[in-house]
Write a protein that binds this ligand. Structure first.
Ligand SMILES: Cc1cc2nc3c(=O)[nH]c(=O)nc-3n(C[C@H](O)[C@H](O)[C@H](O)COP(=O)(O)OP(=O)(O)OC[C@H]3O[C@@H](n4cnc5c(N)ncnc54)[C@H](O)[C@@H]3O)c2cc1C
Length: 454
């Protein structure tokens, strides 16, 4: 019997598990959260009667379809919710659930671990009331709460407009401050229209809805910092004409797009490639998601692609897995569909750019690593030639930047930009913080690992 473990119950992992089960495979599906759905189809907490039609509007049908499909899948798999995979070692995934640890052997491992927000540190970003953009949206989808009543959505990401519109539907006064100029968006339009016109129309529709409602929306701004003492009270920014302004608020949703959750893939043996356009590393895989040695990646954890691409790539990775086991599979038009959706994401990456030059030039006093309270100046200080830290992992060892609770998942990109600039290597592929187990914090009481595959 082939033991197949799928990690992540978002659209990619569930699409993969569904296809595998339909082909008669035994599948264990592991998910850190209590419910399936991933980021895009995240369900409200049990017992919370959140009006999903009001929240999702045109997307509510997709939400219902996903959860109805999962209800059919669930009795056919070994479903492990509230279970964190914290390591991959010696042909096993090491998990912790309910405070106890276990090692599950696998013959094939399909990682569909999704993405998280990418954060560019600026003055005040650690103030109470400043949320990651995706986190602000998750609070609404999961708990039915708003992070504030007057919320500034800022940074650069297509999610800025979606989350702002969703907050406005629930009564928040929203302002959008996007750091990428209108010109970059206009230049990206032909490529976006050629690859996924429906998604482009949806994005333009969100911006138009904010305009119609008279919500303040500014493109090409420079964010100067978040202000406040006990909590955020305003955003200081410069408009495209160079005029400095402050927008009062009681909360901020802040993010610069997404980064793949690639640590498990790296620990499991995948090589990582540097994506020059997005300036991050992602697992090296073929067009179907094969990394080699029985390891497959799908969804945003493989390449940022959005919900539809996640589902398609989940199915493709499952097909590749079956093909590698000698089964006959028909890939049909799916590879071309995935390639088209990923081309669309390349256009989005240009229209919503990561401000790498601004991150590299961050003032010395600004915190980069909030877990360990390390500033940009402390990072630069250990990169002085006489001290010999000549790459980002040595910098980490010398400062503890990236060594805290988040394991560098939030500070790592900024730390890499600052390090590269300080060493005069900003144009070369960036270094990256190497992934280390545990990929997320573990309960200290969790027991020793045991091999007890049922
Ligand atoms: C915060 C956030 C909000 C988003 N909101 C939207 C939106 O509203 N609309 C939209 O179109 N797109 C949204 N996106 C983009 C979204 O990521 C994709 O569209 C889609 O959800 C990707 O699907 P996926 O299956 O690849 O990953 P996800 O949907 O992210 O699913 C990955 C799953 O893997 C689980 N997981 C990760 N690591 C582990 C581990 N070590 N152990 C166990 N389980 C693990 C996670 O808990 C998660 O449930 C959002 C992204 C983020 C990060």
């Amino acid at each position: 019997m082939t033991r197949i473990v799928v990690v992540g119950a978002g659209p990619a992992g569930v699409a993969a598990a569904t296809l595998l089960v339909e082909r008669g495979a035994d599948v264990t599906l592991i998910e850190e959260r209590a419910q399936p759905g991933g980021q895009v189809w995240r369900a409200p907490a049990p017992g919370l009667a959140l009006d999903m039609d009001r929240l999702l509007r045109g997307d509510s049908e997709g939400f219902r379809r996903f959860h109805a499909g999962f209800a059919v899948l669930r009795p056919r798999i070994d479903w492990r919710p509230e279970t964190l995979v914290w390591n991959v070692h010696g042909g096993t995934v090491q998990i912790v659930a309910g405070g106890a640890q276990q090692a599950l052997p696998y013959d094939a491992l399909l990682l569909a671990t999704g993405a998280t927000d990418r954060i560019a540190p600026i003055p005040g970003w650690t103030l109470p009331g400043v949320f990651a953009l995706g986190g602000a949206q998750a609070v609404l989808k999961d708990q039915g709460c708003l992070i504030g009543r007057e919320v500034v959505f800022c940074g650069s990401s297509p999610l800025l407009f979606l989350a702002a519109v969703q907050y406005a539907r629930f009564g928040a006064a929203v302002t959008v401050l996007d750091t990428t100029p209108l010109g970059a968006k206009i230049s990206a339009v032909p490529g976006l229209a050629a690859s996924a016109p429906r998604q482009l129309a949806k994005g333009i529709g969100l911006m138009a809805a904010l305009r119609r409602q008279g919500r303040p929306m500014h493109l090409g701004v420079t964010l100067l910092g978040f202000e406040g003492s006990g909590g955020v009270t305003g955003v200081r920014w410069r408009d495209a004409r160079g005029v400095e302004r402050v927008t009062a608020c009681d909360a901020v949703a802040y993010g610069h797009g997404l980064r793949p959750e690639s640590q498990l893939a790296e620990i499991a043996g995948a090589s990582l490639r540097f994506d020059r356009l997005r300036r991050f590393h992602a697992p090296e895989a073929d067009a179907l998601g094969r990394c080699g040695n029985g390891l497959y990646v799908a969804g945003d954890g493989a390449a940022i692609g959005g919900a539809e691409a996640a589902e398609v790539s989940g199915r493709l990775a499952a097909m590749a897995l079956l093909a590698d086991r000698g089964e006959s599979v028909e890939f049909g038009a799916l590879p071309e569909r995935l390639a088209r959706l990923r081309r669309f994401q390349d256009g989005l990456a240009r229209a919503f750019a990561w401000p790498h030059a601004q991150v590299a030039a961050l003032a010395d006093g600004v915190t980069v690593c909030r877990c360990e309270q390390i500033t940009a100046g402390e990072v630069r200080a250990v990169l002085a030639p006489q001290l010999g830290a000549a790459e980002v992992n040595r910098m980490k060892a010398a400062t503890r930047c990236g060594m805290g609770r988040c394991q560098g998942r939030y500070c790592g990109h900024a730390a890499a930009e600052i390090t590269a600039a300080a060493l005069g290597r900003a144009d070369a592929p960036l270094d990256r913080l190497r992934a280390q187990p545990p990929v997320k914090p573990l309960p200290i009481a969790s027991a020793l690992v045991e091999d007890d595959w049922p």
